[in-house]
Design a protein around this ligand. Sequence first.
Ligand code: NAP
Length: 342
Amino acid sequence: MSFNFKIGGTTSSSSASEERVQVLILGSGPAGLAAALYAGRAELNPLVLTGLEVGGQVTLTEIIENYPGFPEGVKGPELAERFKKQAERFGARLVMDVATEVDLRQRPIVVKTYSTTYRTDVLIIATGASPRKLGVPGEEEYTGRGVSYCATCDGWFFQDKDVIVVGGGDSAIEEGLFLTRYARSVTIVHRREQLRAGPLLQRRARANPKVSYLFNTVVEEILGDGEQVTGVRLRNVKTGEVYEKPIDGVFIFVGYIPNTKLFEGQLELDERGYIKVHDWVHTDIPGVFAAGEVADPVYRQVITSAGMGAAAAIAAGHYLDEVLFAEEEQQAENTVQASGEG
Ligand code: NAP
């Protein structure tokens, strides 16, 4: 049976050129680029569709302090560039393009972009995750005009301003601390009494005089003057009190949503949309592997994503050896036998 699905209303792409590849990797974050490195070294000639930006979420991180080998920490964009160079050194080809359509049941697997139809023996999905939205009035209207999902990208615009950070996880606290470089005050607005963030980040935040907290509090609406954010309407979930707080910026870090829309109906996903994997990186379709945050709601670290990418490439090599090459050998044997009988 053959399935053919399209992303977000995209009409059939007029993919002008065709290309046959052995290993196609979707995504260029740590998982995608580690998979590219390992597949390259295994001489599997990987091609990476990078998406619109090489490096994924890592490039949005100011400094990464927990990737081994960098005792002083490493800037996110620098780490991404190093991953890329290392993969390219072993023959990985990076193409800045976006998959718009896939057919995982066909053999070879079909992946279309706006310009090209790729046919591949193996697909490694490393499409990552995107920031979750709050879904409150004003959020969409003021995105880029006071509402942001990236402190590293937008923090600079809030010199001596008052901002809130929504969320209580590692991202909220880490990004909130980063914002204290610029902002006059950073108020963490968290829906519960306790933060989810790890103890080290919590200690750092407590020691920072610019950081304060509004616990048991949710944002009901983001307010603005039509041009930019001017405040938020908050609700204390314990007391029910609703009030407005004047503010210049709203940074939202309330988790992430896996980028799996393209695969809906073709791959087994969990109830939150993550790709279900067994044996770490195997999906329910042979020859299709998943690595990184797209298949990992639990660990979500640069190192675990890179580890999954490496594992996916190794598994891809085994698959090619055991399944495809064995099939070819069988076919060759059948041909010899048939000619002998003839
Ligand atoms: P997260 O751990 O899932 O935390 C999301 C936070 O947003 C939680 O505090 C959650 O509240 C809150 N939240 C979710 N939906 C909400 C909503 N609709 N309204 C208000 N609040 C909402 O996400 P994360 O902080 O992005 O971290 C993701 C993963 O990356 C984690 O595993 C984390 O450890 C890792 N990470 C690590 C580092 C580091 O090691 N330096 C840095 C960044 C991220 P509740 O607490 O009530 O659920």
